[in-house]
Design a binder for this molecule. Structure first.
Ligand code: AMP
Ligand code: ZN
Length: 467
């Protein structure tokens, strides 16, 4: 697969560190509010990348953090008169709910900054010992001039940046040796959360958490580091500086960055009044529509969100779902064996899968992959008649559901609803068993069996299958 690497500014073949494995880290949200649809873009895009790599047979270790100590969280906590922890825990729970509604899989690990402070102190100590960091009155800075490679990710002209940042130094950060030096540890202020450290009580800077969590959960060198393009500088540049100076090895082999989402061709911001949360969109649309909209563009291109584009995405999703639902109907009503002519037709559908894969192999071109899905849907609408054999219809349906599944799109709605109902009955049966109402528990088991669902009580809980 080819991946555009921000580090080299080239599309490169993906070669994993360890065969068959992908270790990736995606910068997650700062949790002080409901996530907005801009935050949803990296979630959807990199979840799709993860799903595709899993489909290809990779074992993907996917780590994505929650930044739960930050000025904005503290400000919100003070506004509400509650603790920072209460704010961050609340919005982590809300974020997880939005992720589930967008069919974004939970990460293998979702570390939280506040639970990794010990590791951060250790990293800063190491940098200090090796001369990469210095302490001025309880604030520890990273010494960017010591890092010869500083700037390699963002390809910025550091001298320009330094002169541009001179004013910054005058207005409050005059202790810095260099305007590009950044904070690793800052002293506590009244009313803020703090931890004890060799430099006094305080809290870590934002960049430090990702370096520490990536190393802890994935190792010194990881395959892929990802996030929105606004993070390239300074966040990711600083992560590289910290990690590579401390560990002495390359931090991440590939850097992937998604483009920005705009609304009605403007930047999304509270002051413009065009700020939209995922939750708000979820009240109008099935969030699968949002997912399809995000995947309709290449992840590195800017995308524009508008009411019209959501309408057309809703129609597009409906087109796929209608095709699947009519296949479901025809499967129920069709009869007969797979014919030779149908067998030949099934060979033809392989072309859609290969078109889909070619697009995904080319730096995750989900826009072209979706075109392959729509061509397959068109094919299914023509070929998937009631007069066809059930096996042929099932094969068509399976192909649509599989390709959409790689994109994380749920298109077999009937199945989903059925699944939910089954889960509910299983939960009811568990409750009945707990209450020693074995008659009701058996009744539910029989009811499900009559509907073609067999339950199995295993050590990992209740499993079910269609029989
Ligand atoms: P934040 O909570 O601001 O740290 O952002 C979390 C993630 O969302 C980061 O990867 C950001 O780059 C990304 N992000 C924030 N705003 C947008 C936007 N408008 N479009 C695309 N990605 C965004
Ligand atoms: Zn990060």
């Amino acid at each position: 697969m080819k991946i555009y690497n921000t580090l080299t500014r080239k599309k490169e073949d993906f070669v994993p560190i360890e065969e068959g494995k992908v270790r990736m880290y995606v910068c997650g949200p700062t949790v002080y509010n409901l996530i907005h649809i801009g935050n949803a873009r990296p979630m959807i895009v990199f979840d799709t990348f993860r799903r595709y790599m899993t489909y290809k047979g990779y074992d993907v270790n996917y780590v994505s953090n929650f930044t739960d100590v930050d000025d904005k969280i503290i400000a919100k906590a003070n506004e509400e008169g509650v603790s920072s922890e209460e704010i961050s825990e609340r919005y982590i729970a809300e974020c997880r709910k939005d992720m589930a509604d967008m069919n974004v899989m939970p990460a293998t690990t979702h570390p939280q900054a506040t639970k990794e402070i010990g590791g951060m102190i250790k990293l800063i100590r190491k940098l200090e010992e090796d001369g990469y960091a210095y302490n001025v009155d309880g604030t520890v800075y990273f010494r960017t001039r010591r890092d010869e490679q500083y700037g390699k990710l963002s390809h910025k002209n550091l001298d320009d940046l330094r002169s541009g940042n001179r004013e910054l130094k005058v207005t409050g950060e005059e202790q810095k040796e260099d305007p590009l030096d950044f904070v690793l540890w800052k002293p506590k202020k009244e009313g803020e959360p703090f931890w004890n450290s060799p430099w006094g009580q305080g809290r870590p800077g934002w960049h430090t958490e990702c370096s520490v969590m990536a190393k802890k959960y994935l190792g010194d060198t990881i395959d892929i580091h990802a996030g929105g393009e606004d993070l390239i500088f300074p966040h990711h540049e600083n992560e590289i500086a910290q990690s590579e100076c401390a560990n002495g090895v390359i931090f991440a082999n590939y850097w992937m960055h998604n483009g920005f989402l705009r609304i009605d061709n403007e930047k999304m911001s509270k002051s413009l009044g065009n700020f939209k949360t995922v939750r708000e969109i979820g009240q109008i649309y099935d969030l699968q529509v949002l997912r399809l909209f995000m995947l309709s563009a290449h992840y590195r291109s800017p995308v524009n969100f508008s009411a019209e584009i959501m309408e057309s995405s809703a129609n597009a999703l409906e087109r796929i779902r209608t095709a699947v639902s009519s296949l479901n109907y025809n499967i129920q009503h069709a009869s007969g064996e797979l014919t030779e002519a149908e067998q030949a037709r099934l060979e033809e559908i392989k072309a859609f899968r290969s078109q889909f894969e070619t697009a995904m192999e080319d730096d995750l071109n989900t826009a072209d992959a979706l075109s392959a899905v729509f061509e397959l849907v068109k094919f299914a609408n023509v070929e998937g008649k009631e007069t066809a054999s059930p096996a042929f219809l099932q094969a068509l349906k399976d192909e649509i559901v599989t390709l959409c599944g790689i994109l994380g799109l749920i298109v077999d709605v009937q199945e989903e609803e059925l699944d939910e109902e089954i889960e509910k009955l299983i939960a009811e049966r568990q409750a009945a068993r707990k209450a020693k109402d074995f008659a009701r528990a058996d009744e539910i088991r029989d009811e499900l069996l009559a509907r073609g669902i067999e339950l199995k009580d295993t050590r990992e809980g209740v499993k079910w299958k269609r029989v």
